[in-house]
Write a new protein. Sequence first.
Length: 93
Amino acid sequence: MNAALVRDVRVDDHQITFILTDDREVSAPTSWSRLLTDATERQRANWRLGGFGTYVEWPSIDEHVGLWTLLGVSEEELMEASGFEIGRNPIHT
């Protein structure tokens, strides 16, 4: 079984929500990120997946949020569960 990765994102004034490839949703308060809190609706809508779905970036505000952060696990745990080789971190390639 493959680990679920991010496939879609919703951000509003209250929550950052990652929709995963297995249809689960994980959320955190938008206030957790000052950059997303201060961003316009248009900036929040301008996101892209990185690391094969292990993190989301908002290039217009230079913000990055890892799935591991919303899940409350280490980056290494997420990478291992997703089948990535440890030491070959997609966020740094």
